[in-house]
Write a new protein. Sequence first.
Length: 297
Amino acid sequence: MTDNAPVQPTPLTLLGTGAMGTALGRAWLAAGHPLTVWNRTPARTGALAAEGATVAATAADAVAANRLVVACLLDDASVGEALEDAGLTGRDLVNLTTGTPAEGRSRAAWAKARGARFLDGGIMAVPPMIGAPQSGAYVLYSGSAALFEEHRETLTVPAGTTYVGADPGFAALHDVALLSGMYGMFAGVTHAFALIRREDIPPKDFAPLLVSWLHAMAPMAHTAAEQLESGDFTRNVTSNLAMQVAGSTTLLRTAEEQGISPELLTPFLALMRRRLSEGHGDEDTAGLVDLLAPGEN
């Protein structure tokens, strides 16, 4: 006789009900997952309690309620403090607290010593994107592959999932690497708007041009990746370093003419000139990676 009963959504515990934690919790509740929540400040659990979550008096009680435990707290230290008195044996701990690669590895060892499987996560989204179809939100995961596969369906409810490896530090490393690229882009956007700030050029008219240009340039990351893997920074070069360094003087002169600081550009331009001075004029800018991570080529 075949059991055709529908599979019930996995119950889980959520530690931390700040803006991100609340967004995660709402997504799980909306999908029918029984949810137990805890927060150091109990009043902040009110929104999820009103939507059907069970509020635990202590973090230890919350952990005891379910096998799957998700932490979304302030920092790594707060994870340790919250779980200090919790029984973790047999639990699956998914840590979505922002941290460093070293903290992810250390917390994985800490969890294993307490009898838990561990998965670290890096959330590539802001709270309004969580649980929103087509928002592009996703979470990077690393650590226990078995844990990830078993709970993949539940973890996919709030946002897409991308598993990046068994090393527990890889989720945080990918997270910070992606954010670093983002802030580099923010620096360029900031400088671009500063250049036109005092002119009769409406920023809203300039913005579409800027977005289109950055979108067209973004695929250079694929070329850089191929060059880094091959070790040949002269492969498929369109505009070599010598040409780019020569042209960079125009960027600096224009900033001076417009009366704005070039401080967002000068660090990168200095790296370009340094690489050129070492005899790499026929390369692309991917070679600059070796100046930041010497000994890796």
